[in-house]
Design a protein around this ligand. Structure first.
Ligand code: NAP
Length: 266
């Protein structure tokens, strides 16, 4: 199976190139960056410090879609939507890890997934996807006497907050409680906020250094706390998940899938 990597010079793009070139059995069809990017023309494998493979970094998305069976795309919401439209128009599958999409962006992806399979997940690590199931169960079992707070920390370059993973964990907690996350989310407190309202799900985001991604879901009750955490120390976990999704998606009918589907947890 031939894979095309969009935004191949980004942090995740490079991790994905590495994963594909580490005996994944997948063929690297090509990789693109934004027009004018200094990496254009460089060998894709040399971009990640490996021996050359004779495939150069390009900037033509249509050409990449034509040569690849599946696109892997970790970039920006605007670029992901554009590339997903291009790929699904040709019946090609997409694995999208971009976070920060708004509700309209998510709805657009779901609409495009009617033409060809799209796997979209805010976090492609196996550990976080298992954590989502644990959070759902904990929220259902502990009940409304426990306040739920979600704390996350990421590197200083991250542009969206709370992280897509924090929101996905919030959705899992809300599902466990059978409530709508949008109706109960407290996304950032500042100033004279008054006492905590029962039933809310709170979010706090820290940014700094080179932290790959830490998430904790705190269930705070009277006299006790349950804390479920996932600490990522290597971007390879997301890249491995994306490559696993690329293998899984082959032969699947058009549809909007998540990592829970890929891992058989849904
Ligand atoms: N789902 C997951 O498991 C997971 C895990 C980690 C990160 N993420 C998400 O993945 C996304 C990327 O993260 P990152 O850490 O890799 O960020 P990054 O290092 O900033 O990489 C993003 C790349 O996208 C490129 N890009 C933007 N628009 C483009 C376009 N139109 N055509 C081609 N390339 C374009 C950027 O190029 P320029 O530098 O030229 O602008 C940049 O190289 C974020 O949304 C992040 O939250 C998801």
């Amino acid at each position: 199976m031939k894979v095309g990597v969009v935004a191949c010079a980004g942090r995740m793009g490079k991790a994905i190139l590495n994963e594909i070139l580490s005996g994944s059995g997948l063929i690297l069809a090509g990789g693109i960056v934004r027009p004018g990017h200094p990496a254009i023309g460089q060998d894709l494998a040399q971009l990640v410090g490996r021996d050359p493979i004779g495939v150069a970094v390009g900037d033509d998305a249509a050409e990449l879609v034509a040569t690849a069976d599946v696109l892997i795309e970790f970039s920006t919401p605007e670029a992901s939507l554009r590339h997903a439209a291009l790929a699904t128009k040709q019946g090609k599958s997409c694995i999208i890890g971009t976070t920060g999409l708004d509700a309209a962006g998510e709805a657009r992806l779901a609409e495009l997934a009617r033409r060809a399979p799209i796997v979209w997940a805010a976090n492609m690590s196996v550990g976080v996807n298992v954590l989502q199931g644990l959070v759902r169960r904990c929220a259902a079992t502990l009940g409304p006497d426990f306040d739920i707070e979600i704390v996350e920390m990421h590197h200083r370059h991250k542009v969206d907050a709370p992280s897509g993973t924090a929101l996905a964990l919030g959705r899992s907690a809300a599902e466990g409680r059978k409530v709508d996350l949008d109706a109960v989310a407290d996304r950032g407190r500042d100033g004279l906020t008054g006492p905590r309202e029962a039933g809310r799900i709170g979010f706090a985001a820290m940014r700094g250094g080179d932290v790959v991604g830490d998430h904790s879901v705190v269930f705070a009750g009277a006299g006790e706390r349950v804390v479920l955490s996932h600490l990522a120390s290597d971007r390879g976990i997301y890249a491995r998940g994306a490559v696993r999704a690329a293998r899984w998606v082959i032969g699947k009918p058009a549809g909007f899938y998540g990592m829970q589907d890929v891992l058989g947890l849904s």
